[in-house]
Ligand binder design. Sequence first.
Ligand code: DOR
Ligand code: ZN
Length: 421
Amino acid sequence: MILIKNGRVMDPKTKRDEITDVVIENGTISVIGKQDEEQAYERIIDADGCIVAPGLIDVHVHFRDPGLTHKEDIQTGSRAAAAGGFTTVVCMANTKPTIDNVDTLKELLARAKKLPIKMLQASAVTKGLKGEELVDFHAMKEAGAAGFTDDGIPLMDVSILKKAMELAKECDLPISLHEEDPAFIDEPGVNQGAVSKQLGYGGASHLAEDVMVARDLMIAMETGAAVDIQHISSGISVDLVRFAREHGADVVAEASPHHFSLTEEAVLKHGTLARMNPPLRTEHDRQKIIEGLQDGTITIIATDHAPHSVEEKVQPLGKAPSGIIGLETALALGITNLVKKGYLSMMDLLEKMTINPANLYRLEQGSIEEGKPADLVIFCEDESFVVDHFYSKASNSPFIGETLYGTIKYTICDGKVVFEN
Ligand code: DOR
Ligand code: ZN
């Protein structure tokens, strides 16, 4: 038995927000409430001055396993997740080989069972992410796929996309979409605008996202599928998602910490460490994303944790791969740039990192309730730290050297302490 004493227990599902104790027994939360007896516990964690929240859930990470493990693997990825307060992650399918068949999926999930956190795996939508031939949706679900996505690559063929949405709906699993039409991308990873002009770089227009989001929301409305618009970056796309949700579409959108924290200007300072797909855009777009987070249009914060090696990222802007790591800075960026700035309450931030992602993937975790798995994060919102080391194998982050609020003290998964600081 573990006793967590005197923490501010915040649960976005039940809206509980009180200073109390939590008892963990056999991996589950057995009691929430003040405890007197202290002797019987194998461990007592003093959470005085800290927030005790459900373990964070990230529906968008790249652990690069199998095949790209010079960037990350499921062990190092999980360590990074635990260090960032995450107890559940959903891995994307753009590995080598692609997660588009039952054997590869099963082999990976068997290895994932031994990890300190809960690693779920999405299936690709199409074989080899080529956008041509659909995977066997029902077989992949049967083998344990958490959802479906060709993340990294847009699905250009609308008839394939519509069929994929219908199959995802049949499986009662979400389908997540990377929205970038190559027709409006001269060079990827940097917004087409003032900064790309200054750098003489082709850039990717917001139109690339907007046309695909508009198209896919219409298909989502028609099919009724649970559709997740990944890493939304354009203000117009936020408005489009709002429209579709108002019209009853079963659509959610993810915002990544970098898209609510940074603008295209970051490319001038950080070079390839600010190159990602879709790119960082203008201050206007950033404000529209924050508005979307505030009014409930954007219900999920997801990192798009995209590790790359130093050798890959030191290449010129046009050659380096897109993406940055995010697991170890996500909560702190939310606290520093959303909560401390007065845009979101702490409860709203936690909702977008726990129960909302759990609901999208139909997971039992994501709340603090008696009888539920003891997946918890304990953090101190007013304690700052400097971003200067990572548990991830990679360190491709534009936030290195920044001082952020929100130090993680403990991460607990199924009742076990998997990270402490
Ligand atoms: O910047 C990105 N990197 N965006 C994606 O969608 C994929 C990711 C990756 O796999 O590196
Ligand atoms: Zn993506």
